[in-house]
Write a protein that binds this ligand. Structure first.
Ligand code: NAI
Length: 302
């Protein structure tokens, strides 16, 4: 198989002026993709705007012989970013939803503004860019999406109720795009990266920072964007040169007679409900319905 290249492909990378997005944009461009480098050029907490941030990455790409265009729109106006790809390069094949901000505060102190700003960038922004691109990809019978979640989204993190809620929701978005896009050659996957960036702060020593360079995440992203990649609706943890696939795990569970079981029955079966020794790995809603239908106490036809 030839090396992975992206000749004739057009990619949008949001939040590509810094950190992970910049690294993804540089890698895709070096492999032949024409790239829309989107970045509002704001602060980590969301304020401000600076058009030179995206332009700087475009200059780096061009200096290395690649092709890119800068776009300074907010992901909140996702359709404009997709229009930029169409106006500049006539098509859109790849969307990497990466733009992000932080407004950390523990739940009891979190304001509506803290919630809304994080939601607007991470989740609504990804929705706006993805919807606009999806329409075009359907017509073209081809598309690749990568969403950027976080360990904070998968497992929760103190002070990040807004961020973790939106981050996990992004995987929900990817899973549904994977389903709705399947017949149209459109795939969507999610990464949960760890990388040293301005968002991560500088709590680590230099060696650790080196290991956590964003370039140790981008190879997975590029592969997920490639036409030969067969994954869709999947989730990957990645960072410091480690790439791993994450999935749901379900215990066999316990069956009760519908309408005839009590909290005491649940209490008595508590360890059995949470026993993962013969676990399964459900992948769709039909799995859930099937598991419920296997209830031996349920009357036939009920
Ligand atoms: P970063 O702060 O270096 O880069 C984020 C970029 O998004 C910035 O350049 C910023 O200007 C841009 N941006 C913010 N709001 C925007 C908007 N409305 N429209 C367009 N661009 C906007 O952060 P980093 O670390 O590179 O993060 C990239 C993504 O990875 C984020 O979604 C973040 O939540 C996620 N992530 C990062 C982790 C890490 O360890 N660095 C861990 C888990 C997730």
């Amino acid at each position: 198989m030839p090396g992975i290249t992206f000749e004739d492909r057009v990619a949008v990378v949001t939040g590509a002026g810094n950190g992970l997005g910049r690294s993804h944009a540089l890698l895709l461009a070096s492999l032949g993709a024409r790239v829309v480098v989107n970045d509002l050029g704001g602060a980590t907490t969301g304020g401000g705007r600076d058009a030179s941030v995206a332009q700087q990455v475009v200059s780096e790409i061009e200096a290395a012989g690649g092709v890119a265009v800068a776009n300074g729109d907010s992901v909140g106006e996702g359709e404009k970013i997709v229009e930029c790809a169409l106006d500049s390069f006539g098509r859109i094949d790849i969307v990497i939803n990466n733009a992000g901000i932080l407004r950390d505060r523990s739940l009891h102190k979190m304001s509506d503004e803290d919630w809304d700003q994080v939601y607007d960038v991470h989740l609504k922004g990804a929705f706006k860019v993805s919807r606009a691109a999806f329409v075009r990809m359907r017509d073209a019978n081809y598309g690749r999406f990568v969403m950027t979640t976080s360990a904070a989204g998968l497992y929760g993190n103190f002070g990040q109720a807004n961020y973790s809620a939106c981050k996990l929701a992004l995987h929900g978005l990817a899973q549904t795009i994977a389903i709705e896009g399947k017949k149209k050659g459109i795939q969507a996957n999610t990464i949960a990266p760890i990388a040293a960036s301005r968002m991560m702060g500088t709590v680590m020593d230099e060696k650790e920072m080196e290991r956590l360079d964003p370039t140790a995440v981008s190879p997975l992203v590029a592969w997920l964007c490639h036409e030969d990649c067969d994954a869709s609706g999947e989730l990957f943890e990645v960072g410091a040169g480690w790439v791993s696939n994450v999935r749901w795990e379900r215990s066999q569970g316990q069956y009760f007679k519908p309408g005839h079981f009590t909290p005491d029955d649940v209490f008595e079966s508590w360890s059995a409900i949470r026993d993962f020794t013969e676990s399964t790995h459900p992948t769709d809603t039909v799995d859930t319905i099937r598991a419920m239908r296997r209830n031996p106490y349920q009357d036939k036809g009920e």
